[in-house]
Design a protein around this ligand. Sequence first.
Ligand code: ADP
Ligand code: MG
Length: 452
Amino acid sequence: MNSTRTRIPQEIWETALGELQVQVSKPNYRTWLKKTVGLSYRDNEFVIGVPNTFAAEYLEKNQRSLIEKALSGLISPDVRVVFQVNGKSHNHKTDTTSPVMPQPDPVYTKLNPNYVFDLFVEGEGNRMARAAALSVARNPGRTYNPLFIYGGAGLGKTHLLHAIGQEAAANRINVICTSAEQFTNEFVTALREKNTEDFRNKYRSIGMLLIDDIQFISGKEQTEESFFHTFNELHNTNRQIVITSDCPPRSMPLLEERLRSRFEWGLIVDIQPPDYATRLAILESKAKQKGVSIGKDVLELIAHESQTSIRALEGSLNRVVAFARLLRASPTTDVAAKALEDVGSKEYPVGEISPDVIIEAVADSFQLPREELSGRKRDKDTALARRLAMYLLRQETNFSLAQIGRELGKRDAAAVTAACKQIASNINSNPYLRRKIREIKRQLLPKVAVKT
Ligand code: ADP
Ligand code: MG
């Protein structure tokens, strides 16, 4: 484990994340650290990729020293971290004046070098999706177009999408891989700056379009419209389109009918949660990839404990490794059981879900930083997310109205009552709201996958 210098940055970063995960609160981890990647390490400078300027600012201000400490134990005591937003450097020494507002993201998402077919473990739940992904990667535009992959969180959709992108890029196909959220941001910026023509040209000129988390555009009419045209132009000229989503097209209530029918033109495949054997195989592969030696009994224990998603599975492995390292012990089953103690709770009886978990799940589902739910912003999304959090806290915990108000930024009980009433009265007439609630509850009460 001492050859860390030669390990690739992403592996080093994952190990550091494992340690950070133990040190910061869960919501904090999920909001700020979960979506980061280790990009490079040279001359004592470790570059961390973050999804937006907002995250860069936050990490820079609040967690730089903690992060440097975690990394210094792994690589060098003099390591300095630099946060990079989708390829743009965000260094506090040179960039102190930039506003805290999120900036428009460039479309070209960096493809995660770890998300390749070789590192994708095949199992019962993902066999079809993997085969279809391989097929379009090798014969773009000629087999299934579009390919639509859906499944729950952390089951490997993004991994497959990037794997397709990497395979295609290796064959000199000009790929754009972006999230529906980034696509929307970019489109909105183009509208504002009146250069939708450039926007259109760029998308029209590519060989393959990979769009992650399409559910994000559902209900955003103008973006749907723009995506519809992009889709048609690419599809008409046989350029491959791959789309991922957390649900099948037919379950996206606010999606325009014409887009839904386009999505159904090609092949729709789902990814199911991994069974025990697949979980174990994935853990073995991840441990090998990280260069950690860990007994099969320990991996079996983790595979038993962590049943919901592969992301959670990986998190558990990182946690066990980090825990053992902090204790300067080897990762035995005892150490593992201890490390997983408070992550393992799979059931949350009423009154025992921590409010943080609920607020975090709501923030996650609206793709908002958790802090904004207790903040002062009143735009449509933030206000709805906040009301929904209040409603769910009321439903799922024993908190009083006053306590709920406090959890969400010192609001008074009357505000909480009003929010709960409003949500309750809208539920029946608003399918979007119902879907959101379902989605969040699914996160809170993860259905324990195939019992083993
Ligand atoms: P999703 O996009 O569905 O939420 P991701 O693609 O981000 O999920 O996957 C979450 C994590 O699990 C990633 O680190 C990914 O590499 C890993 N992962 C998912 N499926 C597999 C698999 N079949 N084999 C190996 N790793 C996987
Ligand atoms: Mg994803």
